[in-house]
Write a protein that binds this ligand. Structure first.
Ligand SMILES: [Zn+2]
Ligand SMILES: [Zn+2]
Length: 101
């Protein structure tokens, strides 16, 4: 599994996967799933910062690919420590196909 391209809009992030799937992620929703140590307590796995804790208008400003397995985003609230493995991103997809069930 790999990523061909990522588009950053104010409301949505679009990820084009190399199997042709176009993944749609509302910006605030994806920011709320950040799994860095500041957002999720390492010892307990308890979420400290979720979607409702971040700015309503948060958006991704930039992204980079980490190796062959993950994406990292720079968010407009200056948060950039979260790494999103491809597997996690596929499970979080909110496109009509993935989210209609
Ligand atoms: Zn985080
Ligand atoms: Zn999808």
């Amino acid at each position: 599994m790999g990523v061909q391209d990522v588009k950053l809009d104010s409301d949505y992030i679009t990820i084009l996967w190399d199997d042709g799937h176009e993944g749609i992620y509302p910006s605030r929703y994806l920011r709320g799933y950040c799994c860095c140590a500041a957002c999720v307590e390492e010892m307990t796995g308890r979420r400290i910062v979720g979607e409702n804790d971040v700015d309503e208008y948060v958006m991704a400003l930039d992204w980079i690919q980490i190796g062959r397995y993950a994406l990292q985003f720079l968010w407009s609230d200056a948060h950039d420590s979260g790494i999103y493995p491809f597997e996690v991103l596929r499970n979080l997809c909110r496109c009509d196909d993935c989210y209609s069930q």
